[in-house]
Structure formats: C-alpha cells, structure tokens
Design a protein around this ligand. Structure first.
Ligand code: NAD
Ligand code: UDX
Length: 463
C-alpha cells in the first residue's frame, strides 16, 4: 500500500516539525496537521512565516516552502481523518495531575479521545501511528477502542516514537540516528510497517529504519529518555562532589567521555535538565515498574529525578548563601528562561524552579530570554501555584534588552546556554551592576577567568 494522504493529530513541538519535514521530503504526499487549539493553527497559517508558534532553526523556511502546497494546518479534524490513509497521533501525554497515578502516570485522555474520534469518523481502513510517547502496551488499549467503537473499517496500529530534540528538531528529522517502527507480526501488520517504512525511505537510509514488535518500540522511547536523563543526573551528581574536592567537572567529563565505551555526549553539567519529556517519561517508567511490582527497578530510575530536583534546588540555595544569606529586595537577573537554547519551549525549565525559590526569598527577578515572552514566564510561575498571580507579576519582569536587564543587579544567573550570552560586552555589564557583582553560571558557558579579571565574583557548576 502506498501512503498518499497523511493526517497528523496534534500541531505541537513534535507534530509540526515532523510533518513539515515529511512534506519537504515527500512532495507527492498530502499532509494535514490538525489541532483543537484554534490559536495554534492560526499561528501555523500566519502569513508571515516567522510567526509560526514554534521556534526551531530552519523550521520557518521549510514550512514556507511546503505550506498550502502539500502541507496544510487545519482545525477540521474530522475531514482530515476521513481523507487520510495514515494518521499520526501526536497529542500531548503529560503527567497526570489527578486521580490514580497522579504525579507519575502519563495522562492518556487526549490519546483516547483521538482513538474514539478516528473510530467515529473513519469509513475506510487506516493505519494509525502512535507518534506520542506512550506507556508500553498502549497500542492494546487503542486497538480495543478502535475495534469496538468503529463502523467496520479496519485499523493497523504502529508505534513510531519520535527522537528529535528541541532546538535541533529539523536537523534531527532530516538525518535521524534511527527511525523506529513497531508493528504487529501478522501479514496486515507487516504491510502497514512497510507502508510507513516507505514514507521515511524517501530520505532516511534503509539501514537506519529499524522495525520491531509494538511493545519494544513503545518501551524503547521511555528507555531512551531515561538513559539520556540518567547521564545528565550522573554528571550533575559528580559536579557537587567536584565542588568539594577542587576537581573540575568539565575536566572529569572530558576525561571519562574519551573512553569510547562512555562517549563524550550528554555529559554537560548544568542547573538541571528540563523539557517536557525527561521527567514525564521517567516518572512514567517508574509508575509502570511499580505497577508490575518491580520496586527496585522503580527506585533505581526515580533517583534520576531526585538528583535533578536536588541540582535545581542547590543552585538557588547557593545564590542565597553567596549573597550574604539574603536576596530579599535584591534584583537578580536571569539570562535565559527556555529549558535549552534554540527553542521557545519552557516546559519544566530549571529556570522556573530557581525563580520560584528566589521569589520565596523575596528577590526581584529581571529576565532576558531571546525567544520567551513575559506572558509565558508568568504562566509558568502561576502553574506552580506557589503564590498569587499578582505576586508573581510583581517579582519578575522581562526585558527586551539584556543590558537593561542587568543594570543595577546584585547578581546574574545564567539559566539557558544561548550562544549570544557569550558574546556580550561583560565589562559594560559589570560597570552597570551593584558591587560586588556576582555571576552564577548554571550552564558553564562563560569564560570564568575573563570574568574574574573584569572583577566579577564568578561561580560555575562543578568547580
Ligand atoms: P504539544 O503540547 O506541543 O502538542 C500537542 C498538541 O496536541 C496540542 O497543540 C494540543 O492542542 C493537541 N491536541 C490534544 N488533544 C487533541 C485532540 N483530541 N485533537 C486534536 N488536537 C489535540 O506536545 P509535543 O511536545 O508536540 O508532544 C507530543 C507528544 O510527543 C508527547 O507524547 C511527547 O511526549 C512526545 N514527544 C515530544 C518531544 C518533544 O521534544 N517535545 C520529543 C519526542 C516525543
Ligand atoms: C529529549 C531527547 O533528547 C529527545 O531524544 C526526545 O525525543 C525528547 O526529549 P529535549 O528534551 O528536546 O529532547 O532536549 P535535550 O537535548 O535532550 O535536553 C534535555 C535537557 O537536558 C535540557 O534541559 C538540556 O539543557 C539538559 N542537558 C542535556 C544537560 O543539562 N546536559 C547535557 O549534557 C545534555
């Protein structure tokens, strides 16, 4: 079977970029990305392609190339489902905030709604692809809903988790380390796998397209994120030991990373990992393990999260301690709010938690991030529900200009590793600050020696 018409439910950080790249590479396939969020779809359709809702390097260029040719963004979910022969489900699967599994399990309500809607609308056979990250064995539930509520159309369910990282989404999609496709071993299942393989084979070398059973594919996504996050927590744990022993975590990371069995990537000590995936997916892995009675397995992985929470907290504690045990009434400047560079995504960003701690200590935070709006910053803080919204608003102010943000500050904290921070005129910044002027580099991106020579008290992670 040849795929000619694709629908993707969910126009978010995964659905948008992934479909844009498929559209770019498969110009003979019509792709419609649908979402219930009208504002988001309107932004994807904005005449000025620089206003699309997600910032990713090169994404605007690709969307500009393919939009309204073979790439469409729409709120008409039913129509897109009806017309498609293959449907990606790419909706959000956040950690549950209520009921059984609250704070641990993945919330699958959006997934179930999609399945019910597909079953209701579909008149012809379709391939359903799990693109969202899901607990292992979700395909079983999807199949049950589709088979029991449909109108006789047949469905094949595939798992095709997405491994892109934000900030490098386009690059990752254009040349992925691998594409993983899990499907049923039946003849129909194998045909469905082949159909999706053929889509990716338009640009991904065959040997990088890996096919497995559905359960291995679903589980591999959770495991990949758990392993990646585990590396960050491991190096962050060592960063604290380095601070006590005059070892330097950058040197340790280099020394261990040169062992080809360990490898050099994902060993950057930081203020803690953020993003919408790592914490959610590990919590889910912990929850699933506990559900099977595997308490040691659950405890092992939970420690990755415990270490990350500790890393964020000790960063804010250190700021308070270093500023003579009080930040009450002091202006502290944050450079960066996004959870990593080159994205406007702030979900679970370490900056949110550090800001919350410092506002508890009555600090006033001035903020500059090249891609994040004041509105988003307030939404993030309000979501924690630590204090009233007007209190948050009083304690945090976003600036459009980093030099203005730093003026009269007691301290600067680097929360995101945006490249432009390295290029600033740090002498000018020093001159405009209160003295002693402190820099807390939560990303180890600045040259400490240069800053110390200017006069800053400079502290980084793990040295
Ligand atoms: P997102 O919140 O940016 O986008 C999800 C979109 O789905 C939202 O716009 C929402 O309005 C829409 N939606 C929800 N229910 C819907 C419904 N019933 N009908 C139509 N639209 C609906 O989320 P995201 O970051 O794109 O993540 C999507 C999935 O991909 C998650 O499972 C996530 O774990 C996984 N994932 C994310 C990343 C990442 O880097 N963000 C990477 C790999 C995998
Ligand atoms: C992650 C996975 O990498 C990706 O494969 C998956 O599809 C989604 O989740 P993402 O969260 O977008 O991607 O970014 P990633 O580059 O993994 O960074 C996650 C967090 O870890 C960021 O806050 C980053 O700053 C932090 N990090 C990463 C470190 O602190 N040190 C490192 O060495 C690497």
């Amino acid at each position: 079977m040849e795929v000619k018409n694709i629908c993707c439910i969910g126009a978010g950080y995964v659905g948008g970029p992934t479909m844009a790249v498929i559209a770019e590479k498969c110009t003979n396939i019509k792709i419609t990305v649908v979402d219930l969020n009208e504002a988001r779809i309107a932004a994807w359709n904005d005449e000025d392609v620089n206003n699309i809702p997600i910032y990713e390097p090169r994404l605007n260029e690709i969307v500009g190339n393919r939009r309204n040719k073979n790439l469409f963004f729409s709120t008409n979910v039913d129509k897109a489902i009806d017309e498609a022969d293959l449907i990606f489900i790419s909706v959000n699967t956040p950690t549950k905030t209520y009921g059984t599994g609250k704070g641990m399990a993945a919330d699958l309500k959006h997934i179930e709604l999609c399945a019910r809607q597909i079953a209701k609308v579909a008149k012809t056979d379709k391939i359903i692809v799990e693109k969202s990250t899901l607990p292992v064995r979700t395909a079983e539930a999807l199949k049950s809903i589709l088979d029991n509520t449909g109108n006789g159309a047949k469905f094949q369910i595939l798992s095709n988790p997405e491994f892109l990282a934000e900030g490098t989404a386009v690059e990752d999609l254009l040349s992925p380390d691998r594409v993983l496709i899990g499907g049923d071993s039946s003849q129909e299942g194998q045909k469905a796998i082949e159909a999706l393989v053929n889509v990716y084979a338009n640009w991904v070398p065959r040997e990088r397209i890996l096919t497995t059973n559905v359960w291995s594919s679903e589980l591999s996504k959770l495991v990949a994120n758990a392993f990646l996050a585990q590396r960050v927590s491991s190096i962050n744990a060592i960063s604290e030991l380095c601070e006590k022993t005059e070892a330097n975590v950058n040197e340790v990371a280099k020394a261990i990373g040169m062992d080809s069995r360990i490898g050099p990537k994902f060993l950057k000590a930081s203020v803690g990992f953020g993003g919408s995936c790592f914490q959610k997916d590990i919590l889910n892995l912990v929850y699933i393990s506990k559900a099977f009675g595997l308490n040691e397995v659950a405890d092992y992985w939970e420690q990755v999260i415990i270490m990350n929470d500790h890393q964020k907290r000790r960063f804010s504690k250190n700021i308070v301690q270093t500023l003579y045990n009080t930040v009450s009434g002091k202006k502290i400047t944050f450079l960066g709010w996004a959870f990593k560079k080159d994205t406007n995504d702030t979900r679970e960003s370490a900056a949110i938690y550090v800001a919350d701690d410092l506002i508890n200590e009555q600090a006033y935070i001035a903020l500059y991030d090249p891609k994040v709006s004041q509105k988003q910053v307030l939404t993030d803080l309000d979501y924690l529900d630590t204090r009233k919204s007007d209190e948050n608003e009083k304690h945090i102010t976003s600036y459009n200009n980093p030099y203005e943000a730093c003026k009269n500050a007691h301290a600067i904290a680097i929360l995101t590793e945006w490249d432009e921070f390295k290029e600033y005129d740090w002498e000018k910044i020093y001159d405009s600050m209160l003295k002693p002027a402190f820099v807390f580099d939560g990303r180890n991106i600045l040259n400490g020696e240069v800053l110390k020579n200017i006069g800053f008290v400079y502290q980084s992670i793990g040295s």
